[in-house]
Design a protein around this ligand. Structure first.
Ligand code: IYR
Length: 224
């Protein structure tokens, strides 16, 4: 295997400390407005916005730069309906039988149930798949490294990019979600990672009044 040729760090920008502080504050102020939404409008969203957010996601760091992800973008009503029907079938099982009492108790404050109308209402569903293996043009398999971490990072960037563009998202994880491979024609070697619902929030969308942990609660700083 040949090394990649190297190039000077392209387009790196150093800011003054003051500018750095301002940018960090601006980013935090904007990202803390992001809320997971469960009520969507059916207003159309231009496809190019989705494409650009996906390009941003595709810049995520990944194990050995193997980019072990696939994003299937669904906008067609027939496919959305199939996904909704399959997801609701799994969710009925989940809420009625599969979920432990402890799990149901953790979900109760969010008020979620087995009805998933947003899967048909929102203009886009983005099914994120994790590839444990890639395939070379000659059909040979290539092992991927840290596919879950890499796909999680790409999905985080996608959510951030969509929020920055002014769109709402819902990270939906019907479980199990193997049905996505079948409906979307993805190979068995790809594991469905999550289903991202994307669009404008409904005019009357409401969200739970949750709090986020403070910095002190979720960090430790080791200065020695
Ligand atoms: N997949 C189910 C249950 C669910 C689980 C978690 I963890 C959540 O944060 C929210 C929902 C559902 O979508 O209803």
């Amino acid at each position: 295997m040949n090394n990649y040729p190297t190039i000077p760090l392209p387009e790196y920008r150093e800011y003054s400390v003051e500018e750095m502080r301002r940018r960090a504050n601006d980013f935090y102020a904007d990202i803390k407005r992001r809320r997971t939404v469960r009520e969507f409008s059916d207003r159309p969203v231009p496809r190019d916005i989705i494409d650009t957010a996906l390009r941003a996601a595709g810049t995520a760091p990944s194990g050995a730069n193997l980019q072990p992800w696939h994003f299937a973008v669904v906008s067609g009503p027939d496919t959305k309906k199939k996904i909704r029907q399959a997801a609701e079938a799994e969710e009925r099982e989940f809420y009625a039988h599969r979920a432990s009492a402890e799990w149901l108790a953790a979900l109760a404050p969010l008020g979620t149930d087995d009805q998933k109308p947003f899967l048909e209402k929102a203009p886009y569903l983005i099914a994120v798949f994790l590839q444990k293996f890639g395939e070379l043009p000659d059909g040979r398999k290539v092992k991927h490294y840290y596919p879950a971490e890499s796909t999680g990072l790409a999905t985080g960037i996608l959510i951030t990019a969509l929020h920055t563009a002014g769109l709402a998202t819902l990270t939906h994880t019907p479980s199990p979600m193997k049905f996505l491979n079948e409906i979307l024609g993805r190979p068995k070697s790809e594991r469905p990672f999550l289903l991202l619902v994307v669009g404008y929030p409904a005019d009357d969308a409401r969200v739970p009044d949750i709090e986020r942990k403070s910095l002190e609660e979720f960090t430790s700083f080791i200065d020695t």
